[in-house]
Design a protein around this ligand. Structure first.
Ligand code: HPA
Length: 270
């Protein structure tokens, strides 16, 4: 992937819409419902966009929506790319670079995640304060494109303090309980073992998932401000005496939908 690929993908999208999106939205498993609230949405299938990967997971659609939400111009990814699907980190992060080329200045990433912090419960929302990139790789590996960003990007505020404070204020005013914590991003696709979860807790993780970190690294590299929300769809492996399943993840995200929508639509307007 080079800047030529990014420009070609962005050019195709621009041919299909007059809107210059300022906010990017990446929706995790079961959270793509936000797309239903976009007004005058232009819908573009991933498979029509030059160089765009195509997502292969059930519960993850494959389309971009561009339109207006809470009075803002947005571009929303319904369905994202995961490294466990076989995409390298660079391809996983490619849509973020396309968003940047289209004019996006801030990015909201959401995901479903397993709760590691014992004070969490399934169905909680967690504002991501920071992450642990435990995928063993990085989307910025390879020659650096100085047009996109610097060789050694600062990650000391990967998740914007300013936007986190705004999100907490909104949660308070809407009477929604929002946890805050560190998201550990792993490769997957297996859920973790109980021993891995104990290790992650020791390392300082509050939640665990299989997405987000590559996208956020690419966003920060290109100077996009990021806010992240995890839906704690299940308590992580070994905490409760029950197996984990993708069905449980989808069921829980369905249950928190209205809280999630309330928080996110208000956040976008601010
Ligand atoms: N582990 C990893 N990824 C996840 C989980 C989990 O428990 N729940 C949802 N995504």
């Amino acid at each position: 992937m080079t800047s030529v690929h990014i420009k070609e993908a962005a050019a195709y999208i621009q041919q299909n819409t007059d809107i210059t999106p300022e906010i990017g939205l990446i929706m995790g498993s079961g959270l793509g419902v936000l797309g239903d609230y976009i007004e005058n949405a232009t819908v573009i299938q991933y498979h029509d966009i030059p160089h765009f990967p195509v997502s292969t997971v059930e519960g993850h659609a494959g389309e971009l929506l561009i339109g207006s939400l809470s009075g803002r111009s947005v571009i929303l990814m319904r369905g994202r790319f995961h490294m466990y699907e076989g995409y390298g980190p660079e391809l996983t992060a490619f849509p973020v670079r396309v968003m940047k080329a289209l004019g996006v200045q801030s990015l909201l990433v959401t995901n479903a995640a397993g709760g590691i912090n014992l004070s969490f419960a399934s169905g909680n929302l967690m504002l991501i304060s920071d992450h642990l990139n435990l995928t063993g790789t990085n989307p910025l590996i390879g020659p650096n494109d100085n047009e996109l960003g610097v060789r050694f990007p600062d990650m000391s505020e990967a998740y914007s303090k300013r936007l986190r404070a705004v999100a907490l204020d909104i949660a308070k005013s809407q009477d929604i309980t929002v946890q805050e914590g560190v998201y550990a991003g792993l490769l997957g696709p297996t859920y973790e073992t109980p021993a891995e979860i104990r290790m992650l807790r020791t390392l300082g993780a509050d939640a665990v998932g299989m997405s987000t970190v590559a996208e956020v690294i690419a966003a920060r590299h290109s100077g996009i401000e990021v806010v992240g929300i995890s839906c704690i769809s299940n308590m992580a492996s070994g905490i409760l005496d029950q197996p984990l399943s993708h069905e449980e993840v989808m069921e829980t995200t369905e249950l928190v939908k209205s809280q999630f929508l309330g928080l996110v639509t208000a956040l976008i307007s601010k």
